[in-house]
Structure formats: C-alpha cells, structure tokens
Design a protein around this ligand. Structure first.
Ligand code: CO8
Length: 258
C-alpha cells in the first residue's frame, strides 16, 4: 500500500494521503509520494482539476511526522524544511484548480499542505491549527508565509502564538475555509466543484490562478498589468474562439485546453 494514492477519473485527480494509523502524518515517504503525484498531474493534460484529502475518518494530515522531526539537527532541519517547502511550492504552482477537502485534523504541515491548495472546504468535524510552538518550533513548510497571506497577519499570529486547534466553523469565520459541509458529503461536494471547474476553459482557469496568485505578491499597478497580459494572451487560444462562438450559437462550449 503506498503512502499517497493518486486516482484520476473524468479529468479529476484525487490525491489521498494514506497513512491513517499515524493520522496521515507527513514523513519522507508521504512527501516523496506527493512530489511524484505532482509530476504525474503536470504530465497529464487530461486532468482539469484536483482534490486533496486524507484517508480515514480522523485526519486530513496531523502534521509533519514528529518522530522524524525528533531526529533532526540544525542542518538536516533546514534541508527538511526546504524539501517540504519546494514540494508545496510545486503543488501551489499547478495550473489547475486544487481543492483541499479537509476531513479531520489539519495540523502543522497538514494545514500547510491545505494552504498550498487554491482553497479549503471542510467537514464539520475538521480541526485546524499550527501547534508547532507547543513543540518548541515554528511552522516550516510555508505556514507563516501562506497563512498570513490567506487570513491576515493578526489572525495568523493568534493561531501560531496559541498553538490551539480551531473548529471548522471558527476556521470558516476566519476565512481560512470557504465552505463547511457534512462529513458524508465532503468528497461529493468537492467532486461537484471539481466537475464545474473541469467544464470551464483550462487556459482561462490557469490564467485566473496565475493572475490572482502573482497579483497578491505585487502592487496594484503591476497586478493590473499581469491581468491585462493574461487576458490578451487568451485571444490566441482556440478555447476563446470556441467560448464566444458557442455563446452566439446558443450551445455548450467544448473546451480542449488549446
Ligand atoms: N507525527 C507522527 N505521528 C503522529 C502525528 C504526527 N504529527 N500525529 C499523530 N500521530 C500518531 C500518534 O503518535 C499515534 O500513533 P501510535 O498509535 O503509534 O501512538 C497515532 O498517530 C494516533 O494519534 P493519537 O493517539 O495521538 O490520537 P488522538 O486522537 O489521541 O490525538 C491529535 C490526535 C490531537 C491530532 C494528536 O495526535 C496530536 O496532537 N498530533 C500531533 C499534532 C501536531 O503537533 N502536529 C504538528 C507537527 S509539527 C509540523 O507539522 C511542522 C511542519 C514543518 C516541519 C519543518 C521541519 C524542519
């Protein structure tokens, strides 16, 4: 049984972290499995969107593997942090929409994985937190960077200073989670959203993702320039032609990603 399962159906990739006995904690094997899955998804043009979740009823991912962390020293800790960071950065840069479907604990590195996805939906029993300070550590897989950008520095500091766990409803109120659903409906809700994205023009979605993500990292003038560049480049795409033609002909567009 592999520590990360990747299945692909009808253009939707489902990545499941599969280490339920350790609450799907991120050990080296899981990190390498995620890295491999990213490469597969990048190489398969039929994939239009992706869902990330954890196996079992209890956890999405309960953090980096604390038993592995315990073996690190300053040098290996730096290397380990960089390894996780670069994998999550590759993840974040995928050109398709990626939904984190959080089905239980999303703690430490688990929340950092979810933050590398485009947005998070959660089941009512989900719990979120960055409890690294309770271990004498700080988040090392992008948590201080991405959480502050997602919910603002004040809330990011409250979470990381306290190390507390927050309910799905609290996370929703903070804007960390976009939607809370019943546990039984979590995957079907994520799939419904992924199916909607899969019907849209892939180059347009990739362009929206790039425009929002790059735009968040620069000033308004530069962000507007990026938006105009992405917008205009789409005029070279077959899908743009197909989209407007289908509207005029009153039919559903057939987008090919070209
Ligand atoms: N690492 C390793 N094993 C874990 C982890 C983890 N993060 N979380 C749970 N497990 C294991 C437990 O050890 C236990 O295994 P065993 O049965 O062999 O003893 C099994 O999963 C079940 O866990 P519990 O018995 O503890 O289950 P409970 O329901 O009692 O508690 C909790 C669930 C509250 C989630 C609890 O397991 C817990 O607090 N886990 C740790 C949460 C945590 O602190 N996560 C942050 C880790 S640090 C981190 O993620 C840093 C990321 C950046 C790293 C950069 C490195 C340089």
């Amino acid at each position: 049984m592999s520590a990360v399962d990747l299945s692909i159906e009808n253009g939707i990739a489902l990545l499941k972290v599969n280490r339920p006995k350790a609450l799907n904690a991120l050990n080296i094997e899981v990190l390498d499995g995620i890295d491999e899955a990213i490469t597969k998804v990048q190489g398969d043009k039929s994939i239009r969107s992706m869902i990330v979740t954890g196996e079992g009823d209890k956890a999405f991912v309960a953090g980096a593997d604390i038993k592995e962390i315990d073996q690190l020293d300053e040098k290996t800790a730096f290397e380990f942090a960089q390894k996780g960071q670069s994998i999550f950065r590759r993840f974040e840069k995928l050109k398709i929409p990626v939904i984190a479907a959080v089905n239980g604990f999303a703690l430490g590195g688990g929340l950092e994985l979810a933050l590398s996805c485009d947005f998070i939906i959660a089941s009512g029993n989900a719990q979120f937190g960055l409890p690294e300070c309770t271990l004498g550590l700080i988040p090392g897989f992008g948590g201080t960077v991405r959480l502050a950008r997602r919910i603002g520095p004040h809330l990011a500091k409250e979470l990381t200073f306290s190390g507390n766990f927050y309910s799905a409803e609290d996370a929703y109120r903070m804007g960390l989670v976009s939607r809370v659903v019943e546990r039984e409906q979590l995957l079907s809700e994520a799939q419904k959203m992924a199916q909607t994205f899969a019907k849209r023009a892939p180059l347009a979605l990739a362009g929206i993702k790039a425009s929002i993500d790059k735009g968040m990292d620069c000033g308004v003038d530069q962000a507007l320039e990026i938006e105009a560049q992405v917008f205009s480049r789409l005029f070279n795409s077959k899908d743009r032609e197909e989209g407007t033609k289908a509207f005029i002909e009153k039919r559903t567009p057939n987008f090919t990603g070209e």
